[in-house]
Design a protein around this ligand. Structure first.
Ligand code: SF4
Ligand code: SF4
Length: 107
């Protein structure tokens, strides 16, 4: 199993999650983070750290969220590792909980 970053991280990207990961499996893109499913050891530490509740266990993904497992897998191969927290985007709070953010994902 792995943990997966899902849609609500897009344009929120608070990065609270990255500091707790013992194996540095978060990767950073322009407005989204992903977890490398091949590195994740299922420690569960990151899930409660996310203020946007965007991190889910693979087995808890709802219908329609399975595409995020594929997206985490694909983008973690391309994007660089992030292991230190950084300032969130200035408008992050205004995007928290907004629907249909997948189309806003920047690669
Ligand atoms: S804490 Fe949540 S919203 Fe922030 S970068 Fe991590 S997964 Fe994305
Ligand atoms: S579950 Fe653990 S190993 Fe996997 S991404 Fe979260 S903190 Fe890292």
């Amino acid at each position: 199993m792995t943990f997966v970053v899902t849609e609500n991280c897009i344009k929120c990207k608070y990065t609270d999650c990255v500091e707790v990961c013992p194996v540095d499996c978060f990767h950073e893109g322009p407005n989204f983070l992903v977890i490398d499913p091949e590195e994740c050891i299922d420690c569960t530490l990151c899930e409660p750290e996310c203020p946007a509740n965007a991190i889910k266990a693979e087995d808890d993904l709802k219908d329609g969220e399975s595409q995020f497992l594929e997206l985490n897998k694909e983008l973690s191969k391309i994007w660089p590792v992030i292991a230190e927290r950084k300032a969130m985007p200035a408008d992050a709070k205004s995007w928290d909980g907004k629907p249909d953010k997948l189309k806003l994902l920047e690669r």
